[in-house]
Design a protein around this ligand. Structure first.
Ligand SMILES: Nc1nc2c(ncn2[C@@H]2O[C@H](COP(=O)(O)OP(=O)(O)O)[C@@H](O)[C@H]2O)c(=O)[nH]1
Ligand SMILES: [Mg+2]
Length: 241
């Protein structure tokens, strides 16, 4: 069993990718279960086998506890942590070939609190995360580097192999392509500039180890490469069985 935890900034396409990559896997004859861990999701493009909104819903908390959207989101994160055993038991009862886990819109409540690291280390089978880079957020060379650093933070924080994906490739403008090509360009002078230079060196080393995948969740492109990369994340042979 393979668990793919899909993570990324709000709006990067996590839920869309969960749906469309899941469909692609199903068409390949692979048994898929979908998990929604976003307590703030209004509509989901897939039918989850486990939905955390059955435990806690941001919208309900706003009403019942008279909280604003941000307060309700934090409260929802606390409740998910308090009831982690229940979440894990329900998710562990699923036994597909592939478990696709969609995470909260705001990635910090999954990544920087305990939910993400605990889930990543508790799921049965082999677990890998997919970090989504949104080209819409890339306006200058440092932006790409910053997003790639965030990908590294995801890997360090969750403690599992991580794959990096540039999603929305159908929207990849000449501007964002140039940003990616120029990602080695020095933009800032002084101390911060030289530190950025060192970070860039780390990113370049990382790039040699694992390539960034190009995907479009809406067009359904790049999925075979994504599937292969998930296999390669576990072993050099790329075998997922
Ligand atoms: N053009 C394009 N839009 C996308 C793609 N993936 C997601 N989107 C759009 O980006 C928006 C946010 O997607 P969503 O899956 O809800 O993001 P999430 O917050 O990360 O779960 C929606 O309007 C999607 O239709 C893609 O590959 N290409
Ligand atoms: Mg979502």
């Amino acid at each position: 069993m393979v668990n793919l935890i899909i993570i990324g900034p709000a709006g990067s396409g996590k839920s869309t990718l969960t749906k469309s990559f899941g469909k692609w896997l199903e068409n390949e004859g692979i048994m898929v279960d979908y998990v929604n861990l976003d307590p703030g999701a209004e509509k989901l493009p897939f039918t989850p086998s486990f939905d955390v909104r059955n435990i806690v819903k941001v919208e309900e908390l706003m009403r019942k506890e008279d909280l604003g959207p941000n307060g309700a989101l934090i409260r929802a994160a606390e409740i998910m942590e308090e009831r982690f055993a229940e979440v894990l038991e329900a998710v562990s009862a699923l036994a597909p070939d592939f478990l696709l886990v969609d995470t909260p819109g705001q990635m910090e409540i999954f990544l920087f609190r305990t939910l993400g690291p605990k889930l990543a280390s508790s799921l049965r089978g082999r677990t890998v995360s997919a970090f989504l880079i949104d080209p819409v957020l890339m306006k200058k060379p440092n932006d790409f580097m910053v997003l790639k650093m965030l990908g590294l933070v995801v890997e360090l924080r969750l403690g599992i192999p991580s794959i990096e994906i540039v999603n929305k490739c159908d929207l990849l403008s000449l501007e964002s392509l140039r940003v990616m090509e120029d990602s080695t360009k020095r933009e800032i002078e002084g101390l911060v500039g030289s530190l950025a230079e060192e970070l860039r060196g780390i990113i370049e080393k990382l790039e040699k180890k694992k390539r960034t995948l190009m995907v479009s969740a809406t067009e359904g492109t790049g999925f075979l490469e994504l599937y292969k990369a998930i296999g390669e994340a576990f072993c050099a042979c790329g075998d997922l069985t």
